[in-house]
Design a protein around this ligand. Sequence first.
Ligand SMILES: Cc1cc2nc3c(=O)[nH]c(=O)nc-3n(C[C@H](O)[C@H](O)[C@H](O)COP(=O)(O)OP(=O)(O)OC[C@H]3O[C@@H](n4cnc5c(N)ncnc54)[C@H](O)[C@@H]3O)c2cc1C
Length: 459
Amino acid sequence: MPQPLTDLVAAVGADAVLTGDATLPYRRDHADGTPVGDPLAVALPSSTEEVAAVVRICAEHALTMVPQGARSGLAGGANAIDGAVLICLERMRRVLELDAVDQVARVEAGVLTIDLARAATDAGLFYPPDPGSWEISTIGGNIATNAGGMRCLKYGVTRDFVRELTAVLADGEIVRVGHRTVKGVAGLDLVGLLVGSEGTLGIVTEATVALLPAPAPSAGLSAAFPSAAAALAAADALVADARRPSVLEFLDAGCIAAIDALIARGDAPGPRLPVAEALLLVQSDAADAVGDVRHYAAIAAAHGATLVETADDPERVDALMDVRRLLHPALRAIRGASLNEDVSVPRSQLPALLEGIAALGEELGITIVTGGHLGDGNLHPTVAYDADDPADVARATRAYLAVIELALRLGGTASGEHGIGSLKLPAIGAELGPRVHEAQRAIKRALDPRGLLNPGRKY
Ligand SMILES: Cc1cc2nc3c(=O)[nH]c(=O)nc-3n(C[C@H](O)[C@H](O)[C@H](O)COP(=O)(O)OP(=O)(O)OC[C@H]3O[C@@H](n4cnc5c(N)ncnc54)[C@H](O)[C@@H]3O)c2cc1C
């Protein structure tokens, strides 16, 4: 056995070191069209100390490392690199502490997002960030990508809830950054730096996150519109309203058709969807959620909604939102593979973004469908393609990058929530500019001078 493997087995035990075919399930995330390497091994540490031991061995043997949560990522950031050790935190799933007075939870990084949310609920509290993948993603992965979700409109993103982190740096040293307290400005904000760093600055092993009092039960509605423009106008009115929604999601005609096809084929449960040019899904979790939703329904109708369905019991509210959760599989099913954007633009630029995407689709001869977090200006234009057809792959890649260029021209960003990973690497230089790009690389060098942690990603 090569020396690094012998050392890894000595550090974490034989059952926590996988090689050969056993590494296959760990090699890639959910992003189509991203490179996947042949790793040396997968390490499955069970504690911060074991993560540190694995990292020290990798550093000693100059092995690259890829931190992994659940590989639900959509940017290729957790994919294997040739010869690397994949350090997967799936065995670190303990909720360590729930403090109702301080309103925080302290968890190991491999805890599933939904398990953290449920633990908070059981204590009468609330962890708001709710990525569509929360049943499969880990809190460590959410922190590393600064994940968003449907409730960001009201509550903010993962970053807004992270107080304190334990992380293992590239040389194996364990550090604790941030503050358990609500306030804390001693030193530079290294929590802010680690959040969204996509496994390139350190491996997060433990997190203290802020919790809120549990909100009222949600009420919701879905509203069908005869044009995307009408839906956007209704959304503007909803966001500007004093009774601001907690969730405001959008599906265009292509998304509606793709999700309906999935349901019609029996590949997903749910009621058939109306034929419409656009659908808005709206929720309130305020004290008068039912009254809010009545108010939203009137706003939708005033903007030309043709069909409005409201729900005020939790099961029916969930059923309305389940449609949105089918977006990713439905779009992937169109041609077998898909490139998923997560561009974000100032809300005022949403009409220009949608018009620009339609024009790009026509120009490049490819269909781009769009749904997502309309309330935040964060949409998921998606290019479905046939991975076995090189011409289609080239067309899809061109369209994918052209949408990012469009978002940047509109004052937006290439990535609102999924991260850069390897998928969006060609776009990062244009967004940051040379000086800031170099400054970010300098920060990376300061923490990981040998470039061992997730190299070739993010920057
Ligand atoms: C159906 C579906 C719906 C989705 N919906 C959303 C959504 O609504 N909002 C959203 O933001 N994302 C969404 N995603 C994307 C994805 O789930 C998120 O990016 C999530 O945060 C990734 O978590 P993970 O544990 O799977 O991380 P992974 O995919 O394993 O890793 C993601 C990145 O984080 C790094 N990383 C992982 N764990 C650690 C750690 N402990 N320390 C340091 N670095 C680490 C990896 O190296 C990689 O760069 C969705 C994905 C799918 C498949």
